[in-house]
Unconditional design. Structure first.
Length: 85
């Protein structure tokens, strides 16, 4: 939705509601886009940030473990000189 700054003055509450609902609200000045209203994302609390961090750490640890296991599985294919047997 595009609306001039002058018109937006009387409809600010409704425009904020629409932006929070996901509508794109662009305020124009002299027919050119000037600003966009976007909702502010709420900051995550400490507990949810900690849970996200633990999930990422566990995922990284699993990837590292599986990569090293794959390398060990192929060790029997090569001799001590590093060439295929």
């Amino acid at each position: 939705m595009r609306i001039s700054v002058t018109e937006a003055k009387g409809q600010l509450t409704e425009l904020v509601r629409r932006a929070e609902a996901g509508d794109e609200v662009i305020l124009t000045r002299h027919g050119h886009a000037a600003v966009r209203l976007v909702p502010v994302r709420a900051a995550q609390d400490r507990k949810s940030r900690r849970a996200l961090l633990e999930t990422v750490r566990a995922s990284a640890a699993a990837k590292i473990a599986s990569a090293s296991e794959a390398a060990r599985r192929q060790d029997f294919l090569y001799g001590d000189d590093g060439l295929p047997e």
